[in-house]
Design a protein around this ligand. Structure first.
Ligand SMILES: *Cc1c(COP(=O)(O)O)cnc(C)c1O
Length: 223
């Protein structure tokens, strides 16, 4: 199957309110062009340097999403152009994004990453930390970021009921954030980023509005 065919097949199966992020990490520019020509304009990368190199040479109407862990000292490289940062997992990182966004006179859309998996390797805030941030006066003062919602990754397992449980718990936190904090100036809750190649169908059933798909579009990664 070609990249274009893979994309069309996935898109045809998605509800209207679900946005597809094509995860192009480790893939060459030629593969991205192929997807772009098939109509895909949103791409996700997990390394700052790789994403910036691709941004510089690929079509300017591509929307670049940073889906990986972000180190504070590297925010400055993506601040001029990034469309959405999925993996914000600390208040300090949010402050740095705000500072760099201000330099470029823009408001950078962000998702807060929530830890829902049973694995210790995955990044993210727990619910207590999330609410601490949103309740703080320092958060309300950040004028150059806009929190669009939450992102999470389920445990890597074949056990569907574990995955489903984790996605349901993230959807519950998402609804609660919207209810309790939706009135804040720098929150505009529209996006629940959950679901990858192996679990996006379950994620959509649980209320996902944004899925991040790599291998089902581009083929498996060789690393
Ligand atoms: C790599 C990656 C994906 C895509 O994974 P696939 O299994 O290839 O669909 C999604 N989200 C994040 C955060 C990733 O790092």
């Amino acid at each position: 199957m070609s990249i274009g065919n893979n994309l069309n097949q996935i898109k045809a199966s998605l509800p209207n309110n679900v946005t597809l992020v094509a995860v192009s990490k480790t893939k060459p520019n030629q593969a991205i062009i192929e997807a772009y020509e098939a109509g895909q304009h949103i791409f996700g990368e997990n390394k700052i340097q790789e994403m910036t190199e691709k941004f510089e040479v690929l079509p300017k109407d591509i929307q670049w999403h940073m889906i990986g862990h972000v180190q504070r000292n590297k925010v400055k490289y993506i601040a001029p152009y990034v469309s959405l940062i999925h993996g914000v997992d600390s208040f300090k990182l949010l402050q740095e994004i705000n500072k760099q966004a201000k330099k470029h006179n823009r408001i950078i859309p962000c998702l807060l990453q929530i830890f829902i998996a049973k694995e210790e390797t995955k990044f993210g805030l727990d619910k207590t930390e999330l609410f601490e941030i949103l309740n703080s006066e320092e958060f309300k003062a950040l004028e150059n970021i806009s929190i669009k919602g939450l992102m999470g990754m389920a445990t890597f397992t074949d056990n569907e009921s574990i995955i489903r449980q984790e996605f349901i718990s993230l959807k519950e936190i998402y609804d609660e954030v919207n209810q309790k904090f939706g009135h804040l100036e720098n929150l505009d809750i529209t996006t629940l980023s959950m679901g990858m190649s192996n679990d996006y169908k379950i994620a959509i059933e649980c209320g996902s509005t944004m899925i991040r798909i790599g291998s089902s579009i581009f083929g498996s990664r060789n690393y």
